[in-house]
Design a protein around this ligand. Structure first.
Ligand SMILES: [Zn+2]
Ligand SMILES: [Zn+2]
Ligand SMILES: [Zn+2]
Length: 246
């Protein structure tokens, strides 16, 4: 029955349709279609048309935005260019190895020199005094009424080297000076870092670390598969650039 009522020629339908087109601004054939879908309900048809209208404006905006973004003159360069630029000269990294104070291994404990000469270490029973051949600094640690060489204390209770697993103290017989530092979040004897664990420069093959004497800041470049002293990397880039332009 409504079909009959709301067919095009019907007056009431025509009136509702013209109200709908004038109020929503929708093209007549669109409005007519929607009005038919809504069984001639003006309010419902209006809502439907408004929703459709919003969707189509959003879609139109979306398509507009794509070409307009490239027309801004102060827009940043495309992502690919940024990446290529970054690849051309990677950021130098801070020195990979940071040396630490010997005393910092003791934490809260204080190393002191004994007040009398016959103080003995409770672990090795040797008198506590400087002894280079044994690697003893002469400093001691008091702990629970017991005296330790600070080295003996660290040997039994202190942290170990990530590479050789010995304590981070001097072992003259092993060529370890007792200097230590942090590399990659782990503790190493300086000698273990330099000879085995540290990353090597792909240009000069030396380990990467601060070496002021030889002009190395310790800063380094990791280009994704090779590592370089920053200084060696710059030299390499300079040589390659000169080769390209000659
Ligand atoms: Zn001792
Ligand atoms: Zn070590
Ligand atoms: Zn180098």
């Amino acid at each position: 029955m409504w079909r009959k009522l709301f067919k095009s020629g019907n007056n009431e339908f025509e009136t509702t349709l013209s109200t709908l087109t004038s109020e929503t601004g929708a093209p007549k054939e669109v409005a007519e279609k929607v009005l038919r879908e809504c069984n001639g309900d003006l309010t419902l048809a209006k809502q439907k048309l408004q929703v459709q209208g919003q969707n189509s404006t959003m879609a139109a905006k979306g398509t507009e935005q794509v070409p307009s973004s490239s027309s801004y003159t102060d827009a940043p360069p495309p992502y690919s260019e940024v990446v290529e630029g970054a690849m051309a000269s990677p950021m130098p990294l801070p020195p990979p190895y940071v040396s630490k104070e010997k005393d910092s291994l003791l934490g809260e404990l204080k190393a002191v020199f004994p007040d009398h000469a016959d103080e003995r270490c409770c672990t090795c029973f040797d008198p506590i005094r400087p002894d280079k051949s044994e690697g003893f600094s002469g400093e001691m640690i008091w702990l629970g009424l017991k005296a330790y060489h600070s080295e003996c204390y660290l040997k039994s209770k202190g942290p170990k080297c990530e590479h050789c697993c010995f304590s981070l103290i001097a072992f003259p017989e092993k060529g370890l000076s007792g200097k230590w530092g942090i590399y990659n979040g782990c503790k190493y004897h300086e000698e273990c870092y330099v000879q085995y664990a540290g990353p090597r420069c792909s240009a000069c093959f030396d380990v990467i670390r601060v070496d002021a004497e030889n002009g190395f800041s310790g800063r380094w470049i990791d280009d994704g598969n090779k590592q370089f002293h920053e200084e060696c990397y710059k030299k390499k880039m300079f040589v390659e650039m000169r080769a390209k332009h000659s």
